[in-house]
Write a protein that binds this ligand. Structure first.
Ligand code: FNR
Length: 344
């Protein structure tokens, strides 16, 4: 089995290497109709939102990435400082390694230490028990737990899981027993309406569709292999836009998070237009921290908040939840997706 310390560092390395890839999350295929009369004031635009019982001051957050190595600790420390200074919520990467090896705890706990009052989400895979879910929350005094579902990643990873028989049962137990909100998230392969229906039936209230078009874990795990066996599989899964369309019918039954290749406030606006309540960003924030540093990252995030307010003014929406009421046009590719998948 590959050493976990190496694995976490390799994930960071290969994620950053693929930053420039020109894959699309499909959100450019969603266009708002320009209207000449906004009829609102920018100063009245509110960016706050809710995910289950959690109140977020801003509708985008730092999504799950890392922990479990010295390098990951430094990245988590920097991300936590940026989250604290900008008041963004933040998820850590899977804490699974820390549950097995307590000497790795600090690379996760640093996030709470740097940001004692922030909204922090812990993260675990769906093969974990309720007891581990409780430990994952306690480790960070987390405000929520993200459970990730990542079958393609596990299968491309030589040391990954091969038994997926208990995931739904585990999720059901954790959702019913944990006393903080539980989010279920993909890791960049998107979700289908069938998957979403299964999660709603289990009582899941927050679903992060995490679509294709940003960080690609088939690519990353393939790069870690000596034999590049799966290089024909890079387009597996639904894009972020397709996943949000899959979720559309269910958007009143759970709070949806959009993630996967989100790189700017216009992507965010498109996601909110399809009913997302919040947006998660991983690869873009990793790149910012590694290449621009904390101060420039903080400035950019503040600029994004202002730009998002400007875009919302342009479409005449003073709240995140109003954005989905504005008329949009879908590209012919997305229209075709809706047609074949019987999505109205
Ligand atoms: C991730 N992601 C991730 N997700 C998760 O639930 N648990 C994890 O441990 C990790 N680890 C991880 C490491 C690194 C280096 C990256 C870049 C990402 C996946 C992440 O949360 C997200 O779902 C995808 O990366 C898609 O979003 P972006 O990167 O395209 O914004």
């Amino acid at each position: 089995m590959t050493n976990n310390w190496n694995r976490k560092d390799q994930h960071i390395h290969f994620a950053e290497m693929q930053y420039q890839s020109n894959s699309s999350n499909g959100l450019d295929g969603i266009r708002f109709i320009h209207q000449s009369f906004a009829e609102i004031k920018t100063e009245d635009v509110k960016l706050n939102t809710r995910l289950d019982s959690l109140k977020l001051d801003y509708p985008f957050f730092i999504n799950a990435m890392t922990g479990g190595s010295d390098k990951a600790r430094i990245i988590n420390e920097n991300l936590a400082i940026v989250a604290r200074e900008t008041n963004l919520a933040m998820a850590v990467g899977s804490v699974s390694t820390a549950l097995q090896s307590p000497e790795l705890n600090d690379s996760f706990k640093i996030v709470r230490k740097m940001n004692p009052n922030g909204l922090i989400f812990s993260n675990l895979g769906a093969h974990h028990s309720l007891e581990n879910a409780k430990r994952a929350v306690d480790l960070l005094e987390a405000n929520a737990l993200q459970i990730h579902v990542n079958t393609p990643q596990e299968l491309v990873m030589p040391e990954g899981d091969r038994d997926f028989t208990n995931w739904l049962k585990n999720i059901e137990i954790i959702v019913n027993e944990l006393d903080v909100p539980v989010f279920v998230k993909e890791v960049g392969f998107g979700m289908s309406k069938e998957t979403i229906r299964r999660l709603l039936d289990l009582g899941v209230n927050v679903i992060d569709v995490a679509g294709r078009g940003g960080t690609n874990f088939i690519h990353i795990e393939n790069e870690r292999r000596e034999e590049k066996e799966f290089d024909y599989l890079l387009n597996w899964g639904q894009t972020t836009a397709e996943s949000l369309l899959e979720a559309h019918f269910y958007r009143k039954q759970a709070d949806f998070v959009a993630s996967g290749g989100i790189k700017n406030p216009l992507h965010m606006l498109a996601a909110f237009g399809l009913g997302a309540k919040a947006v998660g960003i991983s690869g873009e924030f990793l790149h910012m921290i590694l290449t621009e540093g904390n101060e420039a990252s903080i400035k950019k995030i503040e600029r994004w908040k202002n730009e998002l307010r400007a875009l919302m003014t342009m479409i005449g929406s003073s709240s995140i939840s109003d954005i989905e009421n504005k008329p949009i046009i879908l590209s012919s590719e997305l229209t075709n997706w809706c047609h074949q998948r019987h999505i109205d």
